[in-house]
Design a protein around this ligand. Structure first.
Ligand code: GLN
Length: 212
């Protein structure tokens, strides 16, 4: 099982480091051919306008859409989340419209360029996630198929999942937070080998165990 990190621009090295630290094979992706044998893809933070330009220049749009259509997990952080959004407030064309959300870029304005917060993310357990926000986007609207994973204290949505696509407004990789990457690795393992996946095979009932 191998996870790619889109390495065109931005904070990709930190994602590669986190994946390797949790024992997952990670590969930097710059060319369409490198997507052929990955079981998941991380889209890092950076600058979404630049990322959009580079995705098009290197013909990565369709191969990434194909990877998602095969069911491989995609995880976008910050600019990566903007790239995955179906709608960008203000009317910019979407890049990879895989996530049924509307995002607002640079939603915290100049006064609050960057900040950190501890967020409850029940899916990842009781310990809060230490989240680093840098010129971060916010999710203004999440569609009916989208699970909200985390909100700020004022209720604004900052982490979501829709089937095989996960996205956060913030950078978990800059705070040494590994649980989002572990989640994506589990999803990738499931995609790579559905037969062995967690939750796929029901636990035997007591009677089956007794008889079996
Ligand atoms: N403000 C950036 C954008 O709109 C995102 C910032 C980030 O990824 N840290 O693309």
């Amino acid at each position: 099982m191998k996870i790619g990190v889109l390495a065109l621009q931005g904070a990709f090295a930190e994602h590669v480091a986190i994946l390797r630290a949790i024992g997952v094979e990670a590969v930097e992706v710059r060319l369409p051919a490198q997507l052929a044998d990955v079981d998941g893809l991380i889209l890092p933070g950076g600058e979404s306008t630049t990322m959009r330009r580079l995705i098009d220049r290197w013909d990565l749009r369709q191969p990434i859409l194909d990877l998602a259509a095969r069911g491989a997990p995609l995880f976008g952080t910050c600019a990566g989340m903007i790239v995955l959004a179906r709608e960008i407030d203000g009317g910019e064309e979407p890049v990879l419209p895989l996530l049924d959300v509307t995002v607002e870029r640079n939603a915290f304005g100049r006064q609050l360029d960057s900040f950190e917060a501890d967020l409850a993310v029940p899916l990842l357990g009781d310990t809060p996630v230490h989240a680093v926000f840098i010129r971060a986007p916010i999710i203004l609207r999440a569609g009916p198929e989208v699970d909200v994973l985390a909100r700020l204290e004022d209720d604004r949505i900052v982490a979501v999942r829709e089937r095989n696509v996960v996205a956060t407004s913030f950078h978990p990789e800059l705070a040494g937070e590994t649980r989002f990457h572990r989640l994506v690795a589990l999803m990738a393992a499931e995609h790579a080998d559905p037969g062995e996946g967690i939750g796929r095979r029901p636990h035997p009932t007591r009677r089956q165990r007794r008889e079996g």
